[in-house]
Design a protein around this ligand. Structure first.
Ligand code: ZN
Length: 208
């Protein structure tokens, strides 16, 4: 007697890293596809149609549909923020004397605050020599969709404080920050508020 049947088998198509909504962090996933197989004596013989794809987290083993890949990973967000910060601090420092120590230290601290803890004087020098500042607006626009207003404000304020480390907020840096605020997707009122705060920080504090 022949025993015929249909069985579903899962196959791993590829693997990668995603932001697992269940774990709340970056995790490895396996992209699996289910296929119906025609079986004979319980042995799969003929592949039939695919019945669905799923993305399984290696850590919690929960499965998700492909929309889960639309959420950027934490490391992707961090590297985008680091790139945008390297560009903005170089833009601020290059507007004045690039050897001015307080400006350089503020620039290094700003980039390190994005998680690039290895960023050093050597890295800053390399960036000041070679970085392409025409990419600044695009880098900021690339943060617009995935960062909350508080994160955008922090980015703008941190960049502005690098400019202030030279002792003043120059008209060029003021204009660059205004443009950056627009590129990153803050409202004009919000940008105005951040610039107002920076100008207040730049003003000499009354004694007492
Ligand atoms: Zn997980």
């Amino acid at each position: 007697m022949l025993i015929l049947g249909i069985r579903i088998r899962w196959r791993v198509l590829d693997q990668g890293t995603f932001f697992c909504p269940s774990c709340g962090g970056d995790r490895k996933y396996a992209h699996k596809q289910a296929k119906r197989w025609f079986t004979l004596f319980f042995v799969p013989l003929v592949p039939l149609n695919a019945v669905g794809d799923t993305y399984e987290c290696h850590s919690c083993h929960r499965t998700f549909n492909e929309r889960v890949l639309h959420t950027p990973t934490t490391s992707d967000l961090a590297s985008r923020l680091q790139w945008a910060m390297r560009l903005s601090v170089c833009s601020m420092v290059l507007d004045d004397d690039p050897h001015h120590q307080p400006s350089r230290q503020a620039a290094i601290a700003a980039v390190r605050s994005t998680g690039a803890t290895h960023y050093s004087e050597t890295h800053l020098d390399a960036d000041l020599r070679a970085i392409d500042l025409t990419q600044l607006s695009a880098a900021a626009e690339h943060l617009a969709d995935d960062f909350e207003p508080a994160g955008k404000e922090h980015y703008l304020l941190t960049s502005g404080r690098v400019a202030l480390a030279s002792g003043r907020l120059s008209p060029t840096n003021h204009a660059t920050l205004e443009q950056l605020g627009r590129s990153i997707g803050l409202t004009p009122a919000h940008v105005h508020g951040v610039l107002h705060q920076l100008i207040a920080e730049a003003a000499p504090h009354p004694l007492g």
